[in-house]
Design a protein around this ligand. Structure first.
Ligand SMILES: [Fe+2]
Ligand SMILES: [Fe+2]
Length: 97
């Protein structure tokens, strides 16, 4: 769980660097936090939902953005999100759904 959190911090850092390289200003604003309900199983279900959402968005962005350097970064992040999804799904399975 801690390793995945570190991956997510790296995603945020790499994306921020890319935005700055492109002349933009990264925003630190985030949407309202929702950690899910119902203890560990509920939290894992929410995390699975978020990883799936991220996978859909990165897949769409990779298809839409022609720049090879950006595509490469997003593809790397996408693969890590797919690993996170697998890991959370496995943890939920271990808890007995
Ligand atoms: Fe991420
Ligand atoms: Fe993730």
């Amino acid at each position: 769980m801690e390793e995945i959190a570190k991956d997510e911090m790296r995603h945020s850092e790499k994306l921020s660097e890319m935005i700055v390289d492109l002349g933009g200003v990264p925003s630190m604003q985030h949407r309202e936090l929702n950690f899910g309900k119902g203890g560990p199983k509920g939290f894992l279900k929410r995390l699975i939902e978020l990883e799936k959402e991220a996978i859909t968005l990165y897949t769409e962005h990779i298809a839409a953005i022609p720049d090879a350097k950006i595509k490469k970064l997003l593809t790397h992040i996408l693969h890590e999100e797919e690993e996170h999804l697998e890991e959370f799904t496995e943890q939920l399975r271990e808890l007995g759904k």
